[in-house]
Design a protein around this ligand. Structure first.
Ligand code: MN
Ligand code: MN
Length: 445
């Protein structure tokens, strides 16, 4: 199996959380997983998955031990920073037709101008019909672009702070700018078709939806193009959405490739992490306990609320998310001895958060010791790190929401350079180590 090639395919084909879920369902079914909702009962050895709103997936392999002893849970997120299309997005200004967006997640806005962009997502008509839109990634497709000011006249812009020099409201994509025949303007009898009308006609003709259908759409603007190797030695990977599809893909593959022996194994690929794990498909919801309740209900024995609570409280979990890789060019931001380096293995963050560990989930020393023993035996390379120096910033993950069930959970993932940029960098070696670590974790006793 070519793990890295498959990973790059996953990045190329999974540019939205919905696409990642579809890819995960396809891979899971190929590996013998069945829909949880279709299973009347479950027993040891059974493999099931459950999808929530097409944006989150949870997979289970039922172990031989009672589920109330706890599960081994691999969790990661499949949403990534991007530009979301607004509900009334199309407008024309001085001949150019634009698509209005609202950015999603933490981005440096200036990084999203003057590069090729693709549009991916779904549009639902008022009769419920679903239309899939995917344009910009096929070499035959056109791409889209947000313009920037030429340096010659950018004096005022360049004197602003980087946070201000591209305004969020100006992150609008160019959809087209056709030549308008001057003769038409004088022709009073002929009703002139504006450039906006022309673009809307293309949408109607090619996809079958109208301007008002944007209201019931989820369209995401993402960098156009494929993941690539970086470096003469091809030791690195450049790709969009590696936060956190790198941990999602390796967790999913580990789940599909490893047989759960004792404890029940669970893999959850969740949505909305980049905006605080909010909503029905985010981790700050009853997503996990609801689906565990559905599993417990099908296991026959001990079908009670207490079983669900024990199953969750006795679980071990890797909250698998990326960590900022130490950046030699910006060394002053890092505490080098407590940083994660590219190509030195999977990273554990005992805690995340900012300032005085605010909003962190702080993993237990006992659990960390258990994981060190496991990974040493499995010959996996790992490192312990913080995101950066104390007080330079910080961030959170899904760990704290899972910890609230009482389970043992630690942040664990791949280091990324240029995290949250349109194109992020990871190391081939680290992706391989993550896969190995997650495989070993499934067998943790
Ligand atoms: Mn992340
Ligand atoms: Mn992130």
């Amino acid at each position: 199996m070519d793990l890295i090639k498959n990973y790059m395919d996953f990045l190329n084909d999974g540019k939205t959380e919905r696409k990642c879920v579809a890819l995960a369902v396809k891979a899971a079914e190929k590996a013998g997983y069945k829909k949880l909702e279709d299973a009347k009962s479950l027993k040891a050895g059974d493999k099931v998955y459950s999808v929530k709103m097409n944006k989150t997936i949870v997979l289970f392999q039922i172990g031989t031990e009672p589920i109330e002893n706890g599960m081994n849970i691999l969790g990661a997120h499949i949403d990534s920073p991007r530009l979301d299309v607004k509900q009334n997005p199309v407008y024309e200004k001085d001949g150019i037709v634009y698509l209005n967006t609202h950015y999603y997640g933490g981005i440096k806005k200036y990084q999203w101008v003057a590069l090729p962009l693709a549009i991916n997502g779904v549009v639902f008509l008022s009769d419920g019909k679903k239309i899939e839109v995917s344009v910009g990634d096929d070499p035959e497709d056109p791409v889209f672009c947000i313009s920037d000011i030429l340096p010659h006249i950018a004096q005022a812009q360049m004197s602003k702070s980087a946070a201000e020099f591209i305004e969020g409201e100006k992150l609008d994509l160019i959809l087209g700018c056709a030549h308008q025949d001057k003769k038409d303007e004088d022709d009073k009898d002929e009703k002139k078709e504006s450039n906006k009308d022309k673009i809307l006609a293309v949408l109607k003709d090619k996809y079958g939806f109208d301007e008002k259908d944007f209201a019931s759409a989820e369209l995401e603007v993402v960098p156009a193009g494929k993941a690539r190797y970086v470096g003469f030695d091809k030791s690195l990977i450049l790709g969009y959405g590696q936060d956190d599809r790198v941990c999602s893909f390796t967790s999913l593959m580990a789940m599909l490739d490893t047989k759960a022996e004792g404890r029940t194994a669970c893999c959850i690929l969740t949505d909305k992490e980049e905006i605080g794990s909010v909503g029905a498909t985010g981790m700050d919801s009853h997503l996990l306990d609801n689906v565990v309740a559905e599993v417990v209900a099908r296991l026959g024995e001990n079908n009670s609320e207490l079983t669900i609570r024990r199953a969750l409280a006795n679980s071990f979990m890797l909250s698998s998310d990326v960590n900022s890789a130490y950046d030699p060019l910006n060394w002053e931001l890092y505490d080098k001895q407590n940083s994660s380096f590219l190509a030195r293995g999977i990273v554990f963050n005992k805690y995340t958060g900012s300032r005085g560990k605010s909003a962190a989930s702080d993993a237990n020393a006992e659990f960390i010791a258990q994981l060190r023993g496991l990974l040493d035996k499995a010959d996996v390379e790992y490192q312990f790190a913080e995101m950066a120096k104390v007080d330079v910033g910080g961030g959170g993950t899904i760990a704290k929401y899972c910890a609230s069930y009482g389970m043992q959970v630690i942040d664990c993932g791949v280091s990324v350079l240029s995290m949250h940029a349109p194109w992020e960098l990871t190391s081939v070696f680290d992706v391989e180590q993550a896969y190995k670590a997650y495989k070993a974790f499934i067998t943790l006793k």
